[in-house]
Write a protein that binds this ligand. Structure first.
Ligand code: NAD
Length: 352
């Protein structure tokens, strides 16, 4: 018998095409009358759509969301919240804009409506990672979890192909690590396996034709399922490594996940044989770590940390940091083992 504890996230999710039109009704449902719209400059086209949709509910805008949620950006946005007596946050964008909404919500308890435009999955987790003085610190709280998520497939059609691929692999990483998490339960297993299979099908289709709405919908649904896994169970070595590489060495989030995932899987494989077998079946390949590496290569994703700009001289320190704090992981963490993993990822070797 398998004992387990499952905690479901109480968020409301709308999924479809053209659903952005429902954002005003969703804000209204949360009792909003003074909305702050959060975005970033590359998303101006979508912010304009929301401006129209929100009409008189909109009282202020802030388009300065930045990667890894710097605290100084949050403080500037907090001034806008106070100056305009905002009573609801609407955020459009990827994990960075969602992170800003969460950082404001945890400080003000304001309700959030998130409109995701990438596959990061942050919109369905109660987790916030913030950076201050070059360190990324993560916390979790019910006030961080967005009340409402509006997935609109149309808004993902323009996500550049490279970002679509790396963000899709970021989602795959949530599902993979959920399957060997000590907190895994039958619900997260089912969501994670469906996400892995859907990503394996849709990622090549999106790569071949980024305007394929059906493939985009399948990938976005998988990103939601994978995000639910991320929100429900603890992650392991892969996420900790990417957190260190992003927070301390400034490497880009989704790209780093894409390079590291096959290597973190290869490291954990000897201690997570059952999960790896299930992942391989869902991917439709004989071996999970090499299957993920080959999928990334097939869709033209990055395969080496060197190409992402990581200095060779930083590898030792990254291994030291990643091994310095104990956390649950299928295979025991050794500094030398992690150093070898990072070396393989830096050089872009296919795992064996
Ligand atoms: P991002 O939000 O930084 O977006 C990357 C770039 O793509 C940005 O310039 C953005 O403006 C642009 N962009 C986004 N959507 C677009 C679209 N549809 N069309 C054109 N351009 C678009 O990247 P991300 O990978 O989505 O998020 C990364 C951040 O999210 C990191 O800070 C990471 O730590 C955080 N994150 C947090 C969680 C969590 O649960 N707390 C989960 C995943 C990611």
């Amino acid at each position: 018998m398998r004992s387990f504890v499952h905690t479901a996230s109480p968020s409301r999710v709308l999924f479809g095409a053209g659903t952005v039109r429902q954002v005003a009704a969703e804000a209204d449902r949360l009792g909003a009358s003074r909305v702050l719209l959060l975005s970033s400059p590359p998303l101006e086209k979508y912010a304009a759509r929301l401006r129209d949709v929100l009409g008189g509910l909109l009282v202020a805008e802030f388009d300065g969301a930045a990667m890894h949620t710097p605290v100084e950006v949050t403080e500037r946005a907090l001034d806008v919240v106070r100056d305009h007596r905002v009573d609801c946050l609407v955020a459009i964008g990827g994990g960075s804009t969602t992170g800003l909404a969460k950082a404001l919500a945890v400080r003000t308890d304001l309700p959030q409506v998130i409109v995701p435009t990438t596959y990061a999955g942050s919109e369905v987790t109660p987790v916030l990672g913030e950076t201050e003085d070059g360190r990324k610190v993560t916390r979790s709280s019910p006030a961080i979890l967005p009340e409402t998520v509006v997935y609109d497939v149309d808004l993902t059609l323009g996500l550049p192909a490279t970002m679509s691929i790396t963000s899709g692999v970021n989602a795959l990483a949530h599902a993979v690590e959920a399957l060997y998490s000590p907190d895994a339960d039958p619900v997260t297993d089912a969501m994670a396996l469906e996400a892995v299979a859907a990503i394996a099908r849709s990622l090549p289709a999106v790569h071949d034709d980024p305007s394929d709405a059906e493939a985009r919908a399948e990938l976005l649904k998988a990103a939601w399922l994978a995000g639910m896994c991320l929100g429900a169970v603890g992650m392991g070595l892969h996420h900790k490594l990417c957190h260190t590489l992003g927070g301390t060495f400034g490497l880009p989030h989704a790209e780093t996940h894409t390079v590291v995932l096959p290597h973190a899987m290869a490291y954990n494989a000897p201690a997570a044989a059952d999960a790896m077998e299930r992942i391989a079946r869902a991917l439709g390949v004989p071996d999970a770590p090499t299957g993920v590496f080959d999928l990334v290569r097939r869709v033209g994703g990055p395969t080496s940390l060197r190409d992402l700009g990581m200095a060779e001289g930083d590898l030792d320190r990254a291994a030291e940091l990643a091994a310095s704090q104990p956390y649950p992981n299928p295979r025991e963490l050794s500094r030398d083992g992690i150093a070898d993993l990072l070396r393989d990822a830096w050089e872009g070797r296919r795992p064996t």
